[in-house]
Design a protein around this ligand. Structure first.
Ligand code: ZN
Length: 202
């Protein structure tokens, strides 16, 4: 496994549109493993291939709230609880969108900046799993928000593009002035190591 470099806004490579994965093979599985390790290392809850400079439609997620090594399952919605995480989605497509919600979003490509973003509350998403099998996830809660954020990355879009023009300009200026903090990847704990292995060997 390897921790990959995460591109930061305004890197133009984050703007490229990603293409569908044609075959879910060992190379894709190994890449998904690296994505999960990278996501956990930088304490992220989601990552898109575009952020590590691969223009293919792959996202990884683990939005389970955690405290001192324990998953706070009771804080998740009923629908979220039914979706196994970590979750790798290949060629994800949102087929149903309902309701409205807002969440203070951050991004590993825009580290240390947060803004309230409008999203759909409930979504249904078709995707291929790591075995290349077609799956459908129905979810709301943080998982729904996170999936929408990551799919945006595959289309070259960042959360700061979804703000009103005034707020978007404000955050871009703040980033220009303030830059980003130096973030070193952290070690994965045993639970995260296990999560990666188990997701790939169901
Ligand atoms: Zn992001």
């Amino acid at each position: 496994m390897a921790v990959l470099e995460v591109l930061k806004f305004p890197d133009p490579r984050l703007r490229k549109k990603c293409v569908d994965v044609e075959e879910v093979n060992d190379e894709v599985r190994s890449f998904a493993k690296d994505m999960l390790e990278t996501m956990y290392s930088f304490r992220g809850i989601g990552l898109a291939a575009a952020q590590v400079n691969r223009q293919i439609r792959v996202i990884t997620l683990d939005c389970r709230p955690r405290d001192e090594g324990r998953y706070l399952i009771e804080e998740m919605t009923e629908l979220e609880q039914q979706v196994p995480q970590p979750l790798t989605m290949i060629n994800p497509v949102i087929v149903v969108r309902e309701g409205k919600t807002q969440y203070e979003e951050g991004c590993l490509s825009v580290p240390s900046y947060y803004e309230l973003v409008d999203r759909y509350e409930y979504i249904e998403v078709e995707y291929l799993d790591l075995n290349g099998e077609k799956k459908l996830v129905k979810t709301d809660g943080l998982l729904s928000i996170c999936i929408q954020h990551e799919i945006d990355h595959l289309d070259g879009k960042l959360f700061i593009d979804r703000l009103t023009p005034i707020r978007s300009t404000r955050i871009r200026n703040k980033i220009k002035k303030g830059g980003y903090p130096e973030v070193e990847p952290g070690e994965l704990d045993e639970q995260q190591q296990k999560a990666i292995t188990e997701e790939l060997v169901p």
